[in-house]
Design a protein around this ligand. Structure first.
Ligand code: ZN
Ligand code: ZN
Ligand code: FE
Length: 732
C-alpha cells in the first residue's frame, strides 16, 4: 500500500450546504485520515491514505456532493504525509481578500417538512425549521465566511439540544447556521391559526417570508382579490398563487413532468402554467397562471387543515416599490393594504422577490431571477477584470464580475423611483462586500435618462462604457450559451435607445461581443406622446396610420396632428408597439396598465389551430408590417384567429429576415433575445422554421430574455472591449 496525502481546495457553493459533514463521511468511508475546513475561498480538505482510495475519494467529492452544493474550481496539491490517524472537521481558516460563493435560499426539505408535521417532534409546527439542506441563506447573510455571527441569526443563542445537533457531524443540522427550535430561535408575532382563520374569512394578510413580505388572500374569493388589487394599486397585472403540492397545482393547470420538477425543486419559483379555468380577478384576460408551492415552513403551516386550497401570494408592496422587509417599514407601507400582519423577529438582510420561470422545450426559462437563484453565478468561461454592469431601467438587475464569475443580482425592479434606486445601491454594496469586488470599469445603457445610466456616469474614478441596449440583449444570449465569434441577433422588445436616437425594439443585428452592425429592423413608425404611448396602445395603431375603433375621434386627431408637426414624437422600430397596434386595432385593448399587457393578452387569445398568415414586406433593411396592419384592420375574422395569424406572420418575418442576413453574412447561428421572446407562441412558431432554414437557434434559460438579462450582456461586451484596450499597440 502506498500512502499519499493530498490537499484539495474546492470553490463554488460549498459553505452552508452540509459540505463538511459530507466530506467527513466520505473520508471515513474510504478509510482516509486528515481534515476538512471552511476557508474564505470555499472548502479545503487534506486526506491521507492509500493512493487508490484518495483517487476514489476525489471523484466522489464532486460526483456525490450535497444537493445544494455546486462545486466550482478545484485545486489539488500533493503534500507530505503526516501520519494522521483520524479525520476531523476543523474551524474556518480565514485568508485575505478571498471570497466564497453564497448559496441561494432553499425551500424546506422533505426531512424538515417531516419534523414540522410529525406529532411529538420538538419542531412540530415551528415556522423556522431548517437544516443544512434547506432554509434561508442569501437573504440572511451579512458577510462571509458564512458563520452564524455573520447572519441575521447572530442574536439567537442556540439551546443545548440545538447546539448538540450543530456540533454533531453525523447530524443533518451540523453547522446549519440558521439552526433553531421553539426554545431558542425566532418566533412569530402572531398566531398561524389566526392567519388561517382570517384568510378563510376573506381578509388580506401580510406575511413575512424569506426575502420580504408577501400579501396573501383566498384566490377563490373574488372580493378579497379585488380589495388586494385596490390596496396594491395594481389593476390588471396577474397575481401568482400558492397551492400546497403538485397534485393541487394539477387541479388548476396543465403540469408537465418538467414543470412538476421545477415546482417541487428546492429553488421553488413561480411557474407560469397553462390554466384549466379562467381567473378573471387573479389573472385577467390571461390563459396562464403563475403557480408556486410553499417555500418556507410558515407557508406549509398556512395550508394545514384549511377550507381554502389556493392563495394569492404576491409581493408585499404597492406597485412600483420594492417589497418591504423590515417590520416597522411593513407596518407603515402595508397599512391599508393588509388587514392583518404575521411577522417575526428574524431580520431579512437582503430582499429577494419570488422568481418566475416558464418551461419551454423541456427547459426552465427564467423570466424573473431572484429568490432561489441569486446570487448563484454564471460562468463567463474566461477570467475578466472586476467590473460593474448596471443594467437597464425596467426589471433592472445589475451584474458584477469576479474572475470567471458573472454575479447577476436578484431582480431589483423598475428603476423609476427613489426607493428602488436605494434597493439597487444596497444590493450593490452587499454583493461587492460578499464577493470582494472593486469594479475597475462600469458599463451602462446608452439611454441618458435611465437612473442606472445616471448612477454609472456619476461614479468617480472609474472608466465608463456605454452599450447599446439590443447589442446587450444579444451578447447576454451569447454569453449564456457560451458563444464566441459573430451571430445573427434578433432582439425584439418594447423599448431600447438606438445609436441614432430613435427608439429601437425590432432589431436584426450581426453581433460579436465587441461590435455589432444593424442589418435590418422593423420600419420606423412615428410614436407620439412619450411615456404615455406605452400606456396607450391605441397611439401605436395611429402610428401605423390606422383609425382605431373605440377611441374618440378628437383624441386620435390630436395625436395625428402631433405626428404631423413632429411634436413629442419619436420614430420607433419597437416590436412591443407593433403588438400594441394589433391589440388596439382589433378592439382588444386601447389602454394598458402594465408593461407587455397587449402582447400577453394577444398570446393568450391566439387560436393554435389557425395556421395562415398576413403579408409583410422586407426591402433592404426595412421590415414593414404595414400590409399586416391593413389586413387586420379589414379582417372580419374573430380575435383568436387574427391573434394567431399575427403571431404566424411575425414568425415568418423573423425567418425571412434571418435568411436575408444569413445570405449576406454567411452566419448560421441565431440568438433570440428581448422581452418579446417571453412569448411562447412566438417561440414555438419561430424556432422550428429557423431550424428548417438551416439555422442553429439559441435562447435564454438561466438569464431572463427581458431587460433583467441585459446587465450580463453589458458585462460580456465590456470584458472584450477592455481586452481590446489592453492589447499592445502595434507600430508600423
Ligand atoms: Zn431541511
Ligand atoms: Zn433550540
Ligand atoms: Fe429590452
Amino acid at each position: 500500500m502506498r500512502i499519499t496525502r493530498q490537499r484539495i481546495r474546492l470553490g463554488g457553493v460549498v459553505q452552508g450546504v452540509g459540505f463538511r459533514p459530507f466530506v467527513h463521511r466520505l473520508a471515513v468511508k474510504h478509510g482516509l485520515a486528515g481534515f476538512v475546513a471552511n476557508s474564505t475561498a470555499g472548502v479545503v480538505t487534506e486526506v491521507e491514505g492509500d493512493r487508490a482510495a484518495v483517487d476514489a475519494f476525489r471523484v466522489a467529492l464532486v460526483r456525490d456532493a450535497p444537493s445544494l452544493a455546486r462545486v466550482g474550481e478545484t485545486g489539488v496539491d500533493e503534500v507530505a504525509p503526516r501520519g494522521d490517524t483520524r479525520f476531523e472537521i476543523r474551524a474556518s481558516m480565514p485568508a485575505q481578500g478571498e471570497y466564497t460563493l453564497v448559496s441561494p435560499d432553499a425551500a424546506t426539505c422533505p426531512d424538515c417538512l417531516r419534523d414540522l408535521s410529525e406529532a411529538g417532534n420538538r419542531r412540530r409546527g415551528y415556522a423556522f425549521t431548517n437544516c443544512t439542506n434547506c432554509g434561508p441563506r442569501y437573504t440572511i447573510i451579512r458577510d462571509v465566511p458564512y458563520d452564524r455571527p455573520g447572519t441575521t441569526m447572530a442574536g439567537f443563542r442556540m439551546c443545548a439540544a440545538c447546539q448538540a445537533e450543530y456540533d454533531d457531524p453525523a447530524n443533518r443540522r451540523f453547522h446549519a447556521q440558521p439552526n433553531a427550535c421553539p426554545q431558542c430561535g425566532p418566533s412569530l408575532s402572531g398566531d398561524v391559526a389566526e392567519a388561517r382563520r382570517r384568510l378563510a374569512a376573506g381578509e388580506v394578510v401580510a406575511i413575512k417570508g424569506l426575502g420580504g413580505f408577501q400579501l396573501a388572500c383566498d384566490a377563490r374569493n373574488a372580493d378579497a382579490v379585488r380589495r388586494l388589487r385596490g390596496g396594491k394599486r395594481r389593476s390588471d397585472k396577474p397575481f401568482a398563487v400558492m397551492v400546497r403540492d403538485v397534485a393541487a397545482a394539477r387541479r388548476l393547470a396543465a403540469v408537465s413532468d418538467k414543470e412538476a420538477a421545477v415546482l417541487e425543486g428546492w429553488r421553488r419559483p413561480i411557474a407560469i402554467l397553462r390554466s384549466h379555468e379562467a381567473w378573471p380577478e387573479v389573472a385577467p384576460a390571461n390563459g396562464t397562471l403563475g403557480v408556486m408551492l410553499p417555500s418556507t415552513p410558515l407557508h406549509y403551516l398556512l395550508f394545514e387543515n384549511t377550507p381554502y386550497d389556493v392563495l394569492v401570494m404576491t409581493s408585499g408592496n404597492r406597485s412600483d416599490e420594492p417589497l418591504a422587509i423590515d417590520n416597522a417599514e411593513a407596518a407603515r407601507r402595508l397599512n391599508g393594504v393588509a388587514d392583518w400582519q404575521l411577522t417575526h423577529n428574524r431580520d431579512i438582510c437582503m430582499r429577494a422577490d419570488d422568481s418566475v420561470v416558464r418551461c419551454f422545450q423541456g427547459s426552465e426559462r427564467l423570466l424573473r431571477r431572484a429568490r432561489g437563484y441569486a446570487p448563484e453565478t454564471l460562468d463567463l468561461r474566461r477570467t475578466v477584470p472586476e467590473m460593474l454592469a448596471v443594467g437597464g431601467e425596467l426589471k433592472n438587475a445589475f451584474c458584477l464580475t469576479k474572475g470567471r464569475h458573472a454575479i447577476l443580482s436578484q431582480h431589483i425592479g423598475d428603476l423609476e423611483n427613489y426607493e428602488t434606486l436605494v434597493f439597487f445601491e444596497e444590493t450593490l454594496a452587499h454583493l461587492k462586500r460578499l464577493f470582494r469586488v472593486e469594479p475597475r470599469l462600469v458599463a451602462h445603457d446608452l439611454h441618458p435618462g435611465y437612473l442606472s445610466t445616471r448612477y454609472a456616469l456619476a461614479m468617480e474614478g472609474v472608466p465608463k462604457l456605454g452599450v447599446q441596449h439590443h447589442h446587450a440583449h444579444v451578447a447576454s444570449c451569447m454569453a449564456e450559451n457560451g458563444l464566441d465569434g459573430e451571430v445573427i441577433g434578433v432582439a425584439f422588445d418594447g423599448t431600447g435607445y438606438g445609436t441614432d436616437g430613435a427608439i429601437w425594439g425590432g432589431e436584426f443585428l450581426v453581433a460579436g461581443y465587441r461590435e455589432f452592425t444593424r442589418r435590418a429592423h422593423l420600419r420606423y413608425v412615428p410614436l407620439a406622446g412619450g411615456d404615455r404611448a406605452v400606456r396607450q396602445p391605441w397611439r401605436s395603431a395611429v402610428a401605423y396610420g390606422l383609425e382605431v375603433p373605440g377611441v374618440a375621434d378628437e383624441r386620435q386627431h390630436v395625436v395625428r396632428q402631433m405626428i404631423q408637426k413632429g411634436l413629442n414624437t419619436v420614430p420607433t422600430s419597437s416590436c412591443g408597439r407593433l403588438f400594441d397596434a394589433v391589440a388596439a386595432i382589433v378592439g382588444l385593448r386601447s389602454e394598458a396598465t402594465y408593461e407587455g399587457q397587449a402582447a400577453i393578452e394577444l398570446e393568450a387569445l391566439a387560436d393554435d389551430s389557425v395556421d395562415g398568415r398576413y403579408e409583410f414586406t422586407l426591402s433592404g433593411e426595412e421590415l414593414d408590417f404595414g400590409p399586416t396592419m391593413e389586413s387586420i384592420a379589414r379582417s372580419r375574422e374573430g380575435r383568436p384567429a387574427i391573434a394567431a395569424r399575427f403571431h404566424n406572420t411575425l414568425a415568418a418575418a423573423i425567418v425571412e429576415t434571418c435568411r436575408q442576413v444569413g445570405r449576406e453574412s454567411g452566419l448560421r447561428r441565431v440568438c433570440l433575445s428581448g422581452g418579446t421572446f417571453q412569448n411562447v407562441k412566438l417561440l414555438a412558431g419561430t424556432i422550428p422554421a429557423l431550424r428548417s432554414a438551416g439555422f442553429a437557434v439559441y435562447l435564454h434559460a438561466q438569464v431572463p430574455p427581458n431587460d433583467g438579462g441585459i446587465a450580463l450582456g453589458q458585462a460580456a461586451i465590456a470584458a472584450r472591449r477592455s481586452e481590446l484596450a489592453a492589447e499592445p499597440q502595434t507600430h508600423r
